[in-house]
Design a protein around this ligand. Structure first.
Ligand SMILES: *Cc1c(COP(=O)(O)O)cnc(C)c1O
Length: 418
């Protein structure tokens, strides 16, 4: 092992998280040194095509020049807010968000991460409705702080922390009848991802979100759509709900919102909901760093770039190319690869066996393409490259996937494991 890798690994063992250190060493990852566009460079100077894209963070790629420039300029003026003066950046960022948000969503609360966006969304849903129960989905992912974890639908991450926030029930994703059954007078809202990300890239039936919308309206419950991962062009439209023509009551955003340069999150809603949430006390929900000038500068530039470079449409196009490429590979190994699915550049490949997923990720990394598991489903690997990815880079990733798959299948067969 080289010096920097050895030292970094040792410090992870001593000061960070020994289990994580061993996991990463086992997966043979080096030390990241710098990044540019679709590429991440490790300590040996080797370039990797980033087809994980920070789980959706790097929609614009790494270090998009317009975002970097806006953030650098702001760094020299005022990086953090005094918190007492008006901030023109907050005003401009929230306005820019309102211009792209679906339907009558207009107001935004700015925070720093996805889990914080979800916490805020749950709080204002409670305050607006005066009710406390939430319906969430099995396999859904909303974050790991106490409130959002209560919505997250995987026991492995929840069980050690019981009791969580009371009032949450989980129903199968895509099952409208199960939601209808659980909904009662005390239901404040339902929280759902339009496409489950960490759950394993699952798309709902086409009538699911429209029916959720209908049901929530009828029962005076709020539809909270978590677009932390799907939002801002990832699935081929600015917001994934647009595929189904649905306008939620509250939308959460994070990952791509800081342009891959500054951490940033937000939840947005309608004037009517905002009035009841913040009307009697504008300080009922606050954040010291939320809406800080660096994050706002990054966010404004990000929304500009998404539109100028037509990134949602490009994601739709490249996504079709990626899915058809991966599907062609799947047809050669129908027993090993059970499904290729996704929308835009949010694509999952499901394997019959967890071991194959592991070997394929390893094989791809060795060949210079980064992909990863979904947190809640280790049989699914996912591809979420920057939306600026080129057609050639998609082709490269598909052939690397094919090679890694062939090698993994051969290896397992020779060991009699397949
Ligand atoms: C990643 C993610 C979160 C949590 O975001 P963090 O910034 O990691 O707290 C919440 N919801 C969804 C859908 C996500 O993909």
């Amino acid at each position: 092992m080289s010096d920097i890798l050895e030292q970094t690994y040792e410090k992870y063992m001593q000061y960070v998280n020994p289990g994580l250190a061993q996991l990463m060493k086992f997966a043979d990852f080096g030390v990241e040194m710098h990044a540019e566009g679709v590429f991440v460079y490790d300590h040996t100077g080797r370039a990797y095509l980033d087809f994980l894209g920070g789980y959706g963070t790097f929609a614009l790629g790494h270090r998009h020049p317009k975002v970097v420039e806006a953030v650098k300029a702001q760094l020299d003026r005022m990086p953090l807010s005094s918190k007492v003066f008006f901030s023109a950046l907050v005003a401009n960022f929230c306005e820019a968000l309102a211009q792209v948000l679906p339907g009558d969503l207009r107001y935004s609360f700015l925070c720093n991460s996805g889990t914080e966006a979800v916490e805020g969304a749950l709080k204002i849903a409670r305050k607006f409705t005066g009710k406390h129960k939430f319906i969430a989905t099995l396999g859904g992912y909303h974050g790991k702080s106490m409130g959002s974890l209560s919505a997250t639908g995987r026991e492995q991450y929840r069980q050690p922390f019981y009791p969580l926030v009371p009032g949450f029930v989980h129903v199968p994703f895509g099952d409208i009848d199960a939601v209808a059954q659980e909904m009662d007078e005390d239901t404040a809202g339902i929280i759902v991802e339009p496409i489950q990300g960490e759950g394993g890239i699952f798309l709902p039936p086409d009538d699911y979100l429209p029916k959720l919308r209908e049901l929530c309206t009828k029962r005076n419950a709020l539809l909270i759509v978590d677009e932390v991962q799907t939002g801002l062009g990832r699935t081929g439209t600015m917001f994934a709900v647009e595929h189904w023509g649905v306008v939620p009551d509250i939308i959460t955003l994070a990952k791509a919102l800081g342009g891959g340069v500054v951490p940033s999150g937000a939840f947005s809603s309608t004037p009517q909901i905002w009035e009841r949430a913040f009307g009697d006390n504008p300080l009922i929900h606050t954040s010291t760093f939320g809406g800080n000038p660096l994050a706002c500068a990054a966010g404004i530039a990000t929304l500009q770039v998404l539109q100028e470079e037509n990134l949602p449409a490009r994601a739709a196009q490249r996504g079709e190319q990626l899915i058809s490429g991966l599907s062609a590979v799947q047809q050669q190994y129908p027993d090993v690869v059970t499904s290729v699915r996704g929308k835009g550049l949010m694509v999952g490949v499901e394997f019959a066996l967890e071991d194959v997923a592991k070997l394929v990720i390893g094989g791809m990394t060795r060949r210079g393409v980064i992909a990863a598991y979904t947190l809640n489903n280790p049989r699914v690997i996912r591809f979420e490259p920057p939306l600026i990815v080129s057609a050639e880079q998609i082709d490269t990733a598909v052939s690397v996937f094919a090679e890694a798959l062939e090698e993994s299948v051969k290896g397992l067969k020779s060991l009699g494991l397949l």
